[in-house]
Design a protein around this ligand. Structure first.
Ligand code: NAD
Ligand code: ZN
Length: 358
């Protein structure tokens, strides 16, 4: 048996207001006054206090990025070129401030600044050849686990797939629960449910082991507290941030499952974002995750979240085919969810019928 040797985020600071330590954290990582820090910030913060509090020095730069759409390989290539054209040397580091979208942009750009060609060529497992430049992740919404994961999920011309590599994880993460204060309620639910679904898929999967279980159970307990109990808003923000972290740690050594495999297909064909996509799929997965779906519906009801209906009602055969292909391409997810014989369990007809329910 060859066990996998995973990298982890080597430094993390946690606490309300910890964002204000960013300047101090970055200072020793500054190579010289010509090598800037580039801050990728969710466009939702443009003109907001947060962007005014970013500790800029010398030729540092803020680049606002919309998270309306999930990151694309081509978008990463453009950003990398822009940075290379603007400066005489490589930046001192890349900082991503936002949700999973911005964290993934930051990770991908940090990798592509030192690796040749297009980001598209690195979608997959362990294709990255050279270490990324120093990169920092600062989540402003909790759930994806992107702050701790070994991947950066990108939409390419041919597939939606992560750059999974030992060089992907952040060198530093700043967990400041205060930053999540302005998140709209629906989005708080969708992204939080991403974490909840990570837990359910990890804990019920065939890849489960004590490492994953220990993190998954903790994350699941925290999700239950946040979404089913009436706790103080401040505690809820703290707990959801840690749930996201533990959920991410849980899948690091196991895998996600049916909901994620389907959600990737949905997102590839319809551009539906990860959090809501997972919810749209997960509500129909009672046969695979009976307990998990029951609790999901309870949480949904408690927070009065209505999901859109008829999302796949008018799709062409070609679109359904494409959805099935993207989804079936995620072999480790199916194998984790349904075991080695997953192909006999999840036939094309069965998966198609599930998509048609959405
Ligand atoms: P997101 O980054 O797409 O943001 C969702 C919405 O919340 C956006 O409208 C954004 O502007 C808003 N927002 C974020 N923080 C806010 C704040 N503090 N106040 C007000 N609005 C705020 O959402 P997400 O669900 O965190 O990320 C989804 C992305 O993460 C997808 O692209 C998905 O592929 C990726 N993902 C990556 C991993 C990984 O391990 N790398 C894991 C899961 C998901
Ligand atoms: Zn997810």
């Amino acid at each position: 048996m060859q066990y996998r040797n995973f990298p982890m985020v080597p430094r993390v600071v946690f606490g309300n207001g910890s964002f204000h330590q960013l300047g101090e954290i970055l200072m020793p990582k500054r190579k010289n006054s010509d090598a800037p820090f580039i801050f990728f910030v969710d466009a939702v913060f443009e003109g907001q206090t947060l962007s005014q509090q970013i500790p800029l020095l010398f030729n540092d730069q803020i680049i606002f990025i919309s998270s309306e759409e999930e990151p694309k390989t081509n978008q990463i290539d453009v950003l990398v070129k822009k940075i290379k054209d603007s400066y005489s040397e490589l930046p001192s580091g890349i900082i991503g401030i936002g949700g999973g979208t911005l964290l993934d942009v930051a990770k991908a750009v940090a990798i592509m600044l030192t690796n040749e060609g297009s980001a598209e060529a690195y979608q997959g497992w362990d294709l990255v050849k050279k270490p990324a430049i120093y990169h920092v992740g600062i989540p402003t919404i909790s759930g994806t686990g992107a702050e701790v994961s070994r991947t950066t999920v990108l939409m390419g011309p041919e597939k939606k797939l992560g750059i999974n590599s030992d060089y992907t994880p952040f060198d530093q993460v700043v967990l400041d629960p205060n930053l999540t204060q302005g998140v709209p309620k629906d989005q708080w639910f969708y992204t939080g449910m991403d974490c909840y679904i990570h837990c359910i898929e990890s804990l019920t999967g065939t890849y489960l082991n004590a490492f994953s279980q220990s993190y998954g159970e903790k994350a699941l307990d925290l999700c239950k507290e946040v979404y089913l109990e009436d706790i103080k808003a401040e505690d809820s923000r703290d707990k959801l941030m840690m749930a996201s972290w533990h959920g991410g740690m849980s899948i690091a050594y196991s895998q996600v499952g049916v909901a994620h495999a389907m959600s990737y297909g949905l997102s590839y064909v319809l551009g539906i974002k990860h959090g809501i996509g997972n919810c749209l799929v997960f509500q129909h997965l009672e046969e695979f995750y009976p307990e998990g779906v029951k609790l999901f519906k309870k949480m949904q009801e408690k927070h009065q979240i209505t999901l859109p209906k008829g999302v796949c009602a008018h799709l062409s055969e070609e679109q359904f085919n494409s959805m099935l292909n993207v989804s079936f391409g995620l072999v480790p997810l199916w194998e984790n969810a349904l075991g080695k014989d997953w192909k006999t369990i999840m036939t094309r007809e069965r998966l198609l019928a599930l998509f048609k329910k959405i």
